[in-house]
Design a protein around this ligand. Structure first.
Ligand code: IPT
Length: 975
């Protein structure tokens, strides 16, 4: 059966051979971006192609923006699936229902368009298959959505009234090769440009710029299809194409992105070159650039914008690179397709290592054990090679690109091998990555995703004996780890230690950079299923370190801290600080350093500069003596804070931007005074003890110094399961979120056993347990008072066989909604859990409770503050309120809805503030882990049901007028 072009396996017909991409030369060009006429048909051939003919009147058609996706402009809707194809798997056939968008635009040539020469029409990205006509003549058709396609059109151009017609099919055989975990978003989503091609213009060219770290020289050779001259004025270089020249240069690295401007001049065109000299190699089983081992502190980046999908503007691309730089990220894997080429220009300029990945994924074939997998079927190999060539040819002149990746999640096959072979022949200056073939037969590194810590340690020791011997000689990276879905990921510091301890472990790439949540009037941000998709994978598409609006999540703060390129140590006895430079290339001359002694009550506040030698090289450490700390006071805690800040002008951040920070406790926390001495008194239905009034029947606290509690403090172990608690369906092992619910931990019943009054205490005995189970927790609340304060000691004794960790262990109480301003001394300013606390800084923090919420796209447990010594909830910034002192320190959470409401919510817009402020004072929290796709919580961060005792002292806090600080605006949807 003869298949139509959209279903045959060929990459297309009619287009020009792939070549190097550059934004601008001195040749004239015309952007064809803008508003295009648009008509949507339900099937590929519902409408005939007469619209492409000259003189067609599209006046009645709608319009769409190019670049854009029609499903984001009111024509149909996006569809999200992770691995499954949203159509029957019967390659290369696609459904008859195949939304097809006809696009039409007319244009005139600009006045300065030369009369001679040719023209090239360039499409930088169209999903998934396009057929193109110019002035009624068919140019050809193509597949390969995130790759460029060019057509020669010079002979067809007219000075005015040119008609460009493009028919775009959502589904094509190419869709089988584009099963990436993301929204399916058809359309002309990248630029369309008409390029004038002067006589003697440049065609393809390849800039080879290596660096010899021993000699300190760079060797440049520009190979070009069209002969020309290469000049690099700054280096005094003036050579013919194809000729090599070696001169002393400063090398390019991600930390020191030194670029030299050059020009390739052919007879008819001058093309700007941005040259970075660097040499990438695997030596002694380690990836080295310019002779040094590098460590990837990376992220996986999909292209995403909450309104525009993958049609990103330059400012957004640049913002992504700036945000990465500002958060100590030094590498990006362009998961899972070549990005808009301008993104790579920013990586060159600002400095990021790039793994450029081909637009290739056939993940959905796992459903049938990889049967019919296109990457192992010779008929598809031309399409695969076409994709490889379009990536390599387009991006080969970027110094930032140091590794080519064949694609993602395609299983194994001959097609991949053919791609690797072709790439290796074409480009000897870069390495090849592909995670899916664990034999590493044709890759230069061993790569895994989501391997747990123990395995990474084994691999680091080259003890991974489950693979071929060759593999053990290769360097290792985690191309994906730390699944940042919802709250998390946890356990990053432990990975970082393994990367630093073993030379072979060269770091990893967090999955992933940004949540793909679409702005939506009803849901706030929409995820899979919100557009009524027949098949979808829910909020698995929201698993980034950034929220959809590009505000950083706590996961990003933690990652920034974990990967900071400077490490501090403190030797208290000697009074010395140890500063280690963890950069791979840079010295510390771009940083300035400060120290500070600071106490809880600000009584101590001494600051100074830390004289770190600017020339301290990568991997080197220095010990520096600090002035003696102030005499320890018994009333407060004193800390040493150390910071490294940007000290010179950069192109990626402001002066004083904090790059690294750490803190050390100089004194132990002073003992908390035990409030005791008062005697509980029963009067009618009430018991009075110091400032507290209790219900005599239930023993529940009703008022505190006249403040009526909306809900009495009582034991609480439930948290709204995080995505990482719930785990992914294909995960082996325990999925706590589900087990908790199955056990009934979300509906614990509190049985009252006794209310006892003694001389100095009110004791309430209870048992807290879920229906139908024989597990439970005995909880004894012992209340004492010194007249001003009320102290609660909670003793917990598990009963029965607890086979799962507890979600949390603490008390929850309800205060009147007016007490919505929090002050606390402890970890902050952002959220932290046992294994995500790297960015939690001890100090005094203050913010409205609304700001304490982390706006995860799918609501879930969030907002805990770690190591809180005391917290106050005030009526306004300086108003009266309630003070709680923990003994020991506690996890502090406050919100305007209950855990049950949080748990039931599917979108942020489901959460509306109520009359009560819910306060959680937790003795323990279960860690977070990364089980939404990776390993669970490390054993040391699990909260096991075990005998426990903790105390909290409550008192009323009077208003103390203080100057209200100005706070930055609230995060979105913060109530
Ligand atoms: C892995 C994919 O490579 C990535 O695209 C994304 O889906 C990620 O998981 C999860 O968000 S594949 C997974 C089955 C290990």
């Amino acid at each position: 059966m003869d298949l139509p072009y959209l279903e045959d396996v060929s990459p297309g017909t009619g287009s020009l051979p792939p070549r190097a991409w550059y934004a601008r030369s001195d040749a004239v060009s015309l952007s064809l971006n803008g508003s295009w006429r648009f008509r949507l048909s339900p099937t590929a051939f519902a409408a005939d192609d007469s619209f492409a003919a000259d003189g067609y009147d599209a006046g009645a058609w709608d319009t769409v923006a190019v670049p854009g996706h029609w499903v984001l402009e009111g024509h149909g809707a996006p569809v999200y699936t992770n691995m499954v194809y949203p159509f029957p798997v019967d390659p290369p056939r696609v459904p008859t229902e195949n939304p097809t968008g006809d696009h039409l635009r007319t244009f005139d040539l600009p006045d300065d368009w030369p009369a001679t020469g040719g023209g090239t029409l360039r499409f930088d990205g169209v999903e998934s298959c396009a057929r193109v006509w110019l002035n009624g003549t068919e140019l050809g058709e193509f597949k390969g959505s995130r790759l460029p396609h060019e057509f020669a059109v010079g002979h067809l151009l007219k000075p005015s009234g040119n008609v460009l017609a493009v028919r775009v099919h959502q589904w094509s055989s190419g869709s089988y090769l584009e099963d990436q975990d993301q929204w399916w978003l058809p359309g002309i989503f990248r630029d369309v440009t008409l390029l004038h091609r002067p006589e003697g213009c440049a065609l393809d060219f390849f800039t080879h710029a290596s660096y010899d770290h021993r000699a300190g020289t760079g060797t440049l050779r520009v190979d070009s299809d069209v002969e020309g001259q290469v000049s690099v004025p700054e280096l005094g270089i003036e050579v013919a194409t194809g000729e090599s020249v070696t001169v002393p240069v400063e090398p390019w690295t991600a930390e020191t992105p030194r670029l030299y401007d050059g020009i390739l001049a052919t007879a008819g065109e001058r093309v700007p070159l941005r040259i970075g000299f660097r040499t990438v190699a695997v030596e002694d089983g380690v990836i080295k650039v310019n002779g040094r081992r590098i460590l990837f502190r990376g992220v996986n980046r999909h292209e995403f914008h909450p309104e525009r999908g993958r049609a990103l503007d330059l400012a957004t691309m640049r913002t992504d690179v700036l945000l990465m730089k500002q958060n100590n990220i030094n590498a990006v894997r362009t998961s899972h397709y070549p990005p808009h080429p301008a993104f790579l220009d920013f990586c060159d300029e600002l400095g990021l290592w790039v793994i450029d990945e081909c637009d290739l994924e056939t993940h959905g074939f796992t459903e049938q054990e990889w049967r019919d997998n296109p990457v192992d079927d010779d008929r598809w190999t031309p399409a695969l090679l076409d994709r490889a060539a379009r990536m390599v040819e387009r991006d080969k002149n970027h110094p930032s690109v140091i590794i080519w990746s064949l694609g993602n999640e395609c299983g194994t096959g001959r097609g991949l091998e053919a791609m690797a072979r072709w790439i290796r022949e074409r480009d000897t200056g870069r390495l090849i990555h592909y995670e899916g073939d664990q034999s590493c037969a044709y890759t230069d590194m061993y790569s895994r995703m989501y391997a747990d810590h123990a395995e990474v340690e084994r691999i680091g020791r080259r003890e991974d004996t489950d693979g071929p011997e060759r593999r053990r000689q290769l360097p290792f990276i985690l191309c994906e780890y730390g699944h940042a879905m919802g709250n998390g990921p946890g356990g990053l510091s432990e990975y970082q230690r393994l990367f630093e301890a073993h030379e072979r472990n060269q770091g990893g790439f967090i999955w992933e950079w940004i949540d793909h949540g679409f702005e939506h009037p009803e849901f706030g941000y929409a995820y899979g299923g919100d557009f009524g998709e027949e098949l979808h994978d829910g909020n698995f598409v929201c698993d980034g370190l950034l929220f959809p609006d590009r505000c950083g999540s706590p996961g990003l703060d933690a990652y920034k801290r974990v990967i900071q390129p400077v490490r501090f140590g403190y030797d208290k006895a000697a009074g010395t600080v140890r500063v280690t430079n963890l950069h791979d290339f840079a010295d510390l001359s771009h940083l300035s350093f400060g120290w500070m002694y600071i106490s809880d009550d600000d009584a101590v506040n001494e600051v100074g500069e830390l004289a770190v030698p600017p020339e301290l090289g990568p991997g080197e450490s220095v010990e520096l003596k600090l002035p003696d700390p102030p005499p320890a006071s018994r009333a407060t805690e004193t800390f040493l804070h150390l910071t490294a800040m940007v000290g010179v002008e950069t192109n990626w951040t402001k002066l004083d931007h904090v790059v690294a920070r750490d803190e050390f406790a100089l004194t132990p926390r002073p003992a908390v005074r035990v409030a005791t001495g008062e005697r509980p008194v029963r009067e009618g239905d009430f018991i009075t003890l110091g400032p507290g009034t209790f219900d005599a029947r239930t023993g529940e606290l009703r008022t505190l110094s006249g403040i009526s509690l909306a809900s009495a403090p009582r034991l609480d172990i439930w948290r709204a399961p995080t995505d990482n608690d719930n785990g992914a369906s294909w995960q082996g092992g325990r999925r706590n979120g589900l087990l908790w619910r199955e056990l009934g931990l979300h509906r614990m019943q509190h049985r009252l056993d006794a209310v006892e009054l003694t001389d100095d205490a009110l004791t309430v005995r209870t048992r807290v347990a879920p229906a139908s189970r024989n597990i439970g927790l005995r909880a004894v609340y012992r209340w004492t008072s010194d007249a001003a304060q009320l102290r609660l000691t909670v003793s917990v004794m598990p009963e029965g066989e607890w086979t799962v960790p507890l979600p949390r262990l603490g008390i929850r109480l309800g205060l009147p909604a007016a007490y919505g301003f929090a002050h606390w001394f402890g970890g902050g300013p952002g959220e932290a859990y046992p294994d995500t606390a790297a960015a939690s800084d001890t100090g005094r923090h203050l913010m409205p409770v609304d700001r304490m919420q982390t706006p995860y796209v799918r609501p879930q447990e969030n907002g805990a503050r770690a190591g809180v010594r005391w917290a106050e909830l005030r009526a306004g910034f300086s108003g009266e309120g309630v003070r709680v002192v923990g003994d020991p320190a506690f996890w502090f959470t406050a919100r305007r809805w209950t855990t049950e409401q949080l748990d039931a919510a599917t979108h942020r817009t489901d959460l509306t503030p109520g009359e009560t402020l819910w306060v959680h004072l937790d003795h323990g929290q279960q860690g977070i882990g990364s089980q939404s796709c990776g390993p669970g919580v490390l054993p040391q961060y699990e909260l096991h049901a075990a005998p426990a005792e903790f105390s909290l002292t409550f008192s009323r806090r009077e208003a103390t007028p203080e100057d209200e600080p100005t706070l930055p605006p609230l995060p979105p949807f913060a109530g």
